[in-house]
Write a protein that binds this ligand. Sequence first.
Ligand code: DAH
Length: 345
Amino acid sequence: MDLKNTLAELESKLTEALKQTEKLEKLQDIKAEYLGKKAELSLLMRHMKDLSAEERPVFGQTINAAKARFTELIELRREALEAQQLEARLHAEKIDVTLPGPNFRLGRPHVLNRIIMEIEDLFIGMGYTIKEGPEIESDEYNFEKLNLPKDHPARDMQDSFFITEDRLLRTHTSPVQVRTMLEQGGSQPVKIICPGKVYRRDEDDATHSHQFMQIEGLVVDTDTTMADLKGTLLTVARAMFGEHRNIRLRPSYFPFTEPSVEVDVTCFKCNGNGCGMCKHTGYIEILGAGMVNDFVLSASGYDPSIYQGFAFGMGVERIAMLKYGIDDIRHFYTNDIRFLKQFST
Ligand code: DAH
């Protein structure tokens, strides 16, 4: 056997194979083929036993030299292919710095948050504090302390998501009234508004949503009258719907207020003359309100013979729908950018 010839042949086969290879991953296979245990080069070692003691070291050295050479050839090809790949990647990722940059859309507060911020600003200006309460509320605060005992028929007006026997997703922001009065310990005046999410077991449609927003208001002091309530609500109506608006109070019923009223604002489309928007009445209902029921004051630690209060609750979606002529409450929650971006000023 002519070892030198065999090795030269193997080397030229390897060189050719390397030349043909464009893929880095294939080098692994080639390495196995030419240097692995079953490679021809390794099998040549078997001939050792046929050789004399003097020939063996020379034979071994020649084979090892070939191994080193083959390894080097493969490594050189690897380096070349790696360099090629890098070059290709750099080319592909080349950045043209003269191209115009991407347009980042400027975000904006959601229309409901804008209404809340506007109303918060207004009330902070009148000396109110902003309060928040939990969305998971107890039956006691959501209903009982607000004069809605377990068997009260008015509970039906607020179909609820109960979590346990006595915990539910709050159906209105009114429990924050109770929480705040209890915190104040029955002796401090209270002047708060509370914006937040509320939940009702309603079928979603154009005017109902199982989740919506309310803003609650509560004032408790020793000389609070219905005139204060009316003046406050007139200020809100004018801030939200225009300075020439007027309001009217209609008798109504809420268990937590006595007397209770529903508050209408003069139609801002027809100026009170009557149109489709106000169903030809000249007025549009915007919120519920009243003087805090004595039961609620005492249940929250205030002596009704010393303290009186007024309260109101408004639906933020309803205000936004009226203000901007939105015809479907679901628009607020489906996050269609074409809808949302209309409210930018
Ligand atoms: N909690 C009432 C509701 O969700 C709204 C309301 C009415 C709140 C009158 C009040 C109020 O504070 O005085 O329907």
